[in-house]
Design a protein around this ligand. Structure first.
Ligand code: ADP
Length: 161
């Protein structure tokens, strides 16, 4: 049976931990749809268009991957796109509580859609978009955490003084 997976997140910005989950998802599923979400109650560093463009550029070399915007419930987006799996990454045990709650809620909303959690590789288990934003806004070097295209965008946004 072939499965199409939705990998949803804010991707503010897209980083190497995200890329690792996409690559590993491609080993498990026919297609990975990266869904760049916008939640009206959240404040983002980059606009939806910028987050989408960065993820697209970062993943442009990979076949069987699509990057698209979404808002609303992820299970509705998955249904619309014919996906049967919600792919998520789990960094640390502290992520588990939230991911568990989301997975149980999504299962209750859409019982035919499975959540699959992949454990972060140890070298990226500490990595988050929040950490990258914090370093970049303080003009620190984030080049080891993001693809060059994203590094360039961050340097444009926060030029060295
Ligand atoms: P959200 O706003 O949904 O938390 P993120 O962009 O922060 O969106 O994360 C999207 C997904 O990527 C989530 O499943 C998150 O757990 C996963 N993720 C984030 N950072 C990493 C990482 N370093 N390694 C593996 N997965 C990660």
């Amino acid at each position: 049976m072939t499965h199409r997976a939705v990998y949803a997140g804010s991707f503010d910005p897209f980083h190497l931990g995200h890329e690792d989950i996409v690559r590993r998802g491609l080993g498990l599923f026919e297609e990975v749809l990266v869904a760049v979400g916008t939640n009206p109650r959240k404040v983002y560093l980059f606009s939806a268009e910028e987050r989408l463009a960065m993820a697209r550029d970062a993943l442009s070399g990979l076949a069987r991957v699509e990057v698209e915007p979404f808002s609303g419930l992820v299970v509705d987006h998955a249904r619309r796109r014919g996906a049967t799996v919600l792919l998520r990454g789990l960094r640390l045990p502290s992520d588990f509580e939230f991911e568990h709650q989301m997975a149980v809620a999504n299962r209750s909303l859409a019982p035919s859609i499975e959540t699959v959690l992949l454990l972060a590789v140890p070298e990226y288990a500490f990595l988050s978009s929040t950490l990258i934003r914090e370093i970049a806004t303080n003009r620190g070097d984030v080049s080891r955490y993001v693809l060059p295209i994203v590094d360039r965008r961050l340097r444009e946004r926060f030029p060295a003084s």
